[in-house]
Design a protein around this ligand. Structure first.
Ligand SMILES: [Zn+2]
Length: 485
């Protein structure tokens, strides 16, 4: 009899457990090295959740959690969820250990002098970086280079070559973009320049006897594009402007080192709409885009939904993926833009996996006027509101990032900040203004609750639309005041 009762109780408690879902999402490790330990779990909305006996908030998504402070050694953390008389219970056993002894430094990557100097030619996709450092987004980019440019390697370090750009300037480049060549680089004299209006852009063409490496940047106040050509000595006695120009006010040059020539391209407008630098034969060609119509009607807008396919991006406690949230926001923004007459170019419109270089190619081939990448963030405390943020690389895109952030903050979310010189792949192109939005944090429970709400996602799209309109108005106002002067 006693035995039967026990069995019945056991069955009853198992049934109860089966009826109240409880899934641990974070905090189930055996061994940790930090006393502050985050626990995130998911049940059904409306249930009561307790961690270590203390009731915690259950979000509308069903997610809940708490930061517990572990004592050294073994810890047992009890997690209970209740729905009326039904209960589910889990005990986590977490061992707080002293920090592991740091691993002996793996054989330091000692820069080895190459036995003899070597020459390499750049291939498609090559880019220079300033130093040999890096983070998960790679080293700080100096800029992309056309194929067929000869570089002299002076050192190798891991996958990188240190290359000599001119007698005093160096950069680093990944060996995946280099092929050995028997051609050697020399310091070269520049030939004539021509400047012409090609309809949608102005073109500066500088003739050279061979392809030389270069780097470019935009400076503000007044807005000016600089292109340094390494290994070049000025011998250009003809800088000819052919006809009226749309965007360029004038072109000038400086010899900034005995073997570095800098092209100076002053713009008429305070706002640059992008430029490209490439080679046509041995002519260095700089195409500077004209200001497009400053209305959404007719504007070609590139929208990029981060991640996709096999790459879900960040995952929330209840299992929402960043790729689906990003795409949902992009599709909503697309609808709003098209309703205003804009032409929208998407890098993906389904759950497909597309590489960064293919995404950029989509925008470049379509000739977008402006581009917005949408991602959602991850990290920090799961229990805090982390906030919204925008990102740019080139200073000329700061105003766009600022307009976007201003509108996103109207959602009543925290300000996570605006980041410049950001090394994200989609912030690198100089061909069109671009910005990255990291709307909210997938990993934050209060923000997950917002992201899970379709109405909130619609509001995000509406704010992004307003941010873009603000930017166009800002440019238009600046053009008008320039006309008055
Ligand atoms: Zn992402």
């Amino acid at each position: 009899m006693k035995r039967n009762l026990l069995l019945m109780m056991l069955i009853a408690s198992m049934t109860a457990m089966a009826n109240v879902p409880l899934k641990i999402v974070r905090g189930e490790q055996d061994t940790v090295y930090r006393a502050k330990h985050n626990i995130v779990a998911v049940t059904e909305p409306g249930n009561i959740a307790k961690i270590e006996g203390e009731q915690v908030k259950v979000y509308k998504t069903g997610a809940f959690g708490k930061q517990v402070v572990l004592k050294p050694g073994e810890n047992v953390i009890e997690i209970v969820v209740e729905n009326g008389k039904k209960t589910a219970r889990k005990k986590l056993q977490v061992f707080l250990s002293a920090a592991p002894a740091s691993k002996p430094q793996s054989a330091e990557l000692v820069a080895e002098k190459l036995a003899e100097l070597q020459y390499f030619e750049t291939t498609d996709g090559a880019y220079l970086q300033y130093g040999d450092g890096g983070d998960r987004l790679g080293g700080s980019k100096m800029g992309y280079l056309s194929p067929g440019i000869v570089l002299k390697a002076v050192e190798s370090k891991g996958d990188l070559y240190k290359v000599e750009l001119s007698q005093n300037r160096y950069a680093y480049i990944s060996n995946e973009y280099l092929l050995p060549t028997s051609r050697a680089v020399k310091t070269l004299n520049t030939g004539s320049w021509s400047i012409s209006n090609q309809g949608k852009y102005d073109r500066v063409s500088i003739s050279l006897p061979d392809r030389l490496p270069y780097r470019s940047w935009t400076q503000l106040d007044p807005t000016t594009i600089y292109v340094e050509i390494f290994g070049a000595m000025n011998n250009s006695n003809w800088i000819t402007q052919r006809g009226d120009l749309g965007m360029i006010e004038y072109v000038d040059w400086r010899q900034t080192d005995s073997d570095v020539l800098c092209a100076v391209i002053k713009l008429k407008s305070a706002y640059s709409w992008g430029y490209s630098v490439s080679y046509q034969d041995n002519n260095l060609v700089i195409d500077v885009k004209h200001t497009p119509g400053l209305k959404l009607n007719g504007l070609k807008v590139g929208l990029d939904a981060g991640h996709g396919g096999e790459y879900p991006g960040a995952k929330s406690a209840i299992g929402l993926t960043e790729k689906e949230i990003n795409l949902d926001m992009v599709m909503r923004l697309k609808g709003l833009l098209e309703a205003e007459g804009a032409q929208v170019v998407l890098t993906r419109d389904d759950d497909s996996d597309i590489s960064m270089s293919d995404r950029k190619k989509v925008f470049a081939d379509a000739g977008v006027d402006i581009a917005i990448s949408i991602h959602n963030n991850s990290g920090g405390s799961p229990f805090a509101e982390m906030g919204t943020s925008t990102y740019y690389k080139h200073i000329s895109n700061r105003a766009l990032a600022s307009c976007m952030l201003g509108r996103l903050l109207e959602l009543g979310v925290r300000n996570f900040g605006m980041t410049g010189n950001f090394n994200f792949s989609h912030n690198a192109p100089t061909e069109y203004p671009n910005v990255l939005l990291e709307v909210l944090f997938m990993s934050s429970l209060p923000e997950e609750e917002l992201l899970a709400d379709p109405e909130f996602r619609q509001s995000v799209a509406e704010k992004a639309l307003l941010g873009l309109k603000d930017y166009l108005s800002k440019v238009a106002a600046s053009e008008e005041s320039a006309d008055v002067r």
